[in-house]
Design a protein around this ligand. Structure first.
Ligand code: MN
Ligand code: MN
Length: 326
């Protein structure tokens, strides 16, 4: 980085020439987009679009995740001037990655929300771009999975979470952040035999056939053994990675609706996400960041880091497919 660049650059979210490269503008100023990517609704030539889903009307406890995308974008500004650490390549130089902005929806017609979100993500996928979503509560993963499954067929779900989110549901019309993966199995969107949940530390008598790697397993055996187990289950199936920030211990992510102690450290999460390089990842999300319960901003920081790791995970596989050393 050159100081001269920092003096000249500002608002690269709207002034960047092309979609690639780092950003050297002041981290504390300027228009915020995720990682200072171009903020645009034009998906021409775009490889991956990050989009915010500011929806939190399906929570069982504390709300606030509608403010998550904005807080994650702001937190990500500090990461925009360096290549992501620990990957040995820079996806921001190798791929056209943009911030597609937020989903537009009527907050008062909640019943229509899932279809609106599914169409939003389908629009991104139809343009030939991959999608990383910033939540929002975890219920957003179901319409997003519907859009991905329509394109890729049944997916392997790799879910980091304190909760299984496969609890019994009262019916198809309910929108609930604790039941959507039960629906996803029932609808055939995910293949439970290829799916895995990591960091679980709440009881659920019926995991719907999904492999559960609970938080004590991670603590007892470490990230490398956990990654090996995940790979064993998922194989080379097209995978969707959903990261509920409450997978992390409340010490690392207090700003969330349903915190549970005994969770993952941020170092364990980073090691596992990097350890999964080569996963056939087709999409993902980071959800449940609730800024009103995040006075120091560390949960948004964690969310921004997870989102960057998801981009790297996707880019690693894409890079292999392209057969390039870039
Ligand atoms: Mn959870
Ligand atoms: Mn969840």
């Amino acid at each position: 980085m050159a100081l001269e660049d920092a003096k000249r650059q500002v608002d690269t979210a709207i002034t960047r020439q092309g979609h690639r490269g780092l950003s050297y503008e002041n981290a504390f100023g300027g228009v915020t987009s995720f990682l200072r990517r171009t903020l645009t609704k034009d998906l021409t030539g775009v490889d991956l679009a990050v989009t915010g889903i500011p929806f939190d009307q399906a929570v069982t406890n504390r709300p606030g995740t509608r403010l998550g995308p904005r807080a994650i974008r702001e937190a990500s500004a500090l990461q925009a001037c360096d290549a992501p650490y620990g990957w040995g390549f820079n996806p921001l130089e190798a791929f056209d990655i943009v911030d597609y902005g937020d989903l537009a929806f009527d907050y008062a017609t909640v019943a229509e929300f899932p279809a609106v979100l599914q169409a939003h993500v389908a629009c991104i996928l139809d343009a030939g771009a991959a999608c990383i979503a910033l939540g929002g509560d975890h219920s957003i993963s179901l319409p997003i999975l519907r859009a991905h499954a329509a394109r890729h067929g049944p997916l392997a779900l790799v879910q980091f979470d304190a909760h299984s989110d496969t609890w019994e549901d009262g019916g198809p019309q309910r929108i609930d952040h604790g039941t959507m993966f039960r629906k996803a199995v029932r609808e055939g969107l995910i293949d439970p035999a290829r799916s895995v949940q990591v960091g679980i530390r709440t009881d659920n008598p019926d995991p719907m056939g999904i492999t559960v790697i609970d938080a004590p397993f991670v603590h007892d055996n470490g990230p490398a053994a956990t990654v090996a187990r995940i790979r064993q289950v998922v194989g080379d199936a097209p995978a969707y990675v959903s990261f509920d920030i409450d997978a992390l211990d409340p010490a690392f992510a207090p700003g969330t609706g349903t915190p549970v102690w005994g969770g993952l450290t941020s170092a364990q999460a980073a090691a596992m996400l990097r350890g999964l390089a080569g996963l056939n990842m087709v999409g993902g999300d980071v959800v449940e960041v609730s800024p009103p319960f995040d006075p120091s901003g560390i949960t948004a920081v964690a969310g921004a880091h997870v989102a960057v790791e998801l981009i790297c995970l996707w880019a690693w596989k894409k890079r292999e497919e392209r057969g390039t050393d870039q």
